[in-house]
Design a protein around this ligand. Structure first.
Ligand code: AMP
Length: 381
């Protein structure tokens, strides 16, 4: 089937209105598109940039239909949308990535099983729907392990690490006896991601591998391109491409991976949208992950997402506001540093309020400058 490209001037719809929608909307507007967002919030990060902000519940299928009728294509930045809502939109116009991708990536079990069935390397796992199944899973895979709810978890929420089999009953209770997945604990050397994209015609382009450091289960710092990951690059790209092809993704998808001591790679999880670890593409790549999302969903040629400049990104969480407004001036004095704030009013602890990206002549300088800039924000508090 051939598709007509959706050209500048058309209206792009985004489900979800957080920072990912905001940066998508900025990229889309730069390219001359109009943007409508749909979410259950007003005055939202993406709503500030959009031409129109639709407010409604994610379960209000009639309101979602009304939104879908005003746009030429729908994409999303928030993936917990019901299958019914996704289907309602697909009856009106294209959804990219499609409802089938949402359906699979909303459930960790479905996601891991689909990727494993395609022969892709995933962390060893077992389904857990009862305490008896958890016991069997622990017998099969051993302990330590991680019990995760199949649906609804993010940034480490909805998961419990198990150090010994005796902790199983408490973990099962703690997660509310919901459908879960038990994964073997991977003693990884590093966490990396590939932010990948696939066009309507199957064209593939990606950024990565990006090296990611987490703090309290939340992404803290990402760096790319990292020469110490060069030897893994081909394999990481092969896996990412395999994931997007298996799921028939049209759009951007992040594949998060663990690198083990022997250099082998296992997929941890995937996200069917741009990702926090790809924010550095805004400064460091010819085509950012957000411009790529526009290109892919509109059927345009894909751009080059691989960073050509050493870059580092550091998240700014609400915790930085504890002592008052951060000192933006101090941070912005550091060469090569750029500030992104998401327009969120309430700086709660752990809430992603913005990020800094530093580009520099070397990776070491980029990492040092982004850390220095983040420290400078609170130096005088
Ligand atoms: P997730 O929400 O699945 O991305 O998990 C959040 C973080 O928990 C990951 O970035 C890892 O640092 C850690 N983690 C999750 N699953 C495992 C695992 N099977 N083995 C070791 N660490 C894990």
């Amino acid at each position: 089937m051939t598709h007509q490209p959706i050209l500048p001037g058309a209206v792009l719809g985004v489900l979800g209105s957080g920072q990912l929608g905001r940066m998508f909307a900025i990229a889309a507007r730069e390219m001359g598109y109009r943007v409508h967002v749909y979410s259950n919030e007003t005055d939202s990060p993406a709503g500030h940039i959009a031409d129109r902000e639709f407010v409604g519940d994610y379960t209000d299928v009639d309101r979602i239909r009304e939104f879908a009728r005003t746009v030429d294509v729908v994409t999303f930045e928030f993936e917990n949308i019901s299958a019914e809502a996704a289907q309602a939109i697909e009856e009106i116009g294209p959804v990219r990535p499609g409802g089938h991708v949402l359906h699979i990536s909303q459930n960790r079990l479905r996601e891991k099983q689909t990727l494993a069935d395609a022969g892709l390397p995933v962390t060893p796992f077992r389904p857990v729907r009862s305490s008896a199944e958890l016991e069997t899973a622990i017998q099969d895979l051993g302990c330590p392990g991680v019990l995760k709810t199949a649906e609804g978890g993010y940034d480490g929420k909805g998961q419990v690490a198990l150090k010994a089999a005796s902790e199983a009953a408490a973990a099962w209770q703690e997660l509310g006896q919901l459908e879960c997945i038990y994964e073997q604990f991977i003693e990884f050397e590093r966490e990396v991601s590939v932010v990948a994209s696939r066009g309507l015609d199957g064209e593939f382009a990606a950024c990565g591998p990006v090296h990611n450091d987490h703090h309290n289960h939340i992404l803290d710092v990402s760096i790319c391109p990292d020469p110490t990951l060069d030897s893994l690059r081909e394999e990481a790209m092969r896996i990412a491409r395999g994931v997007l092809e298996t799921l028939d993704v049209v759009g951007v998808m992040c594949v998060e991976m663990f690198v083990q001591a022997d250099g082998s790679i296992l997929i941890n999880e995937v996200a069917p949208r741009p990702h926090n670890s790809g924010h550095l593409t805004i400064e460091a790549s010819p085509c950012s992950q957000f411009e790529q999302q526009v290109r892919a969903i509109c059927g345009l040629p894909l751009g080059d997402m691989q960073p050509h400049t050493p870059s580092a990104m550091a998240n700014l969480l609400g915790d930085l506001w504890v002592g008052g407004e951060p000192d933006w001036l101090e941070a912005l004095r550091i060469p090569g540093v750029r500030l992104h704030l998401y327009g969120k009013q309430e700086p709660r602890n752990g809430r992603k309020m913005g990020h800094l990206t530093a580009i520099a002549g070397t990776l070491e300088a980029a990492v040092a400058n982004v850390q220095k800039a983040r420290k400078a924000l609170t130096r005088n508090q």
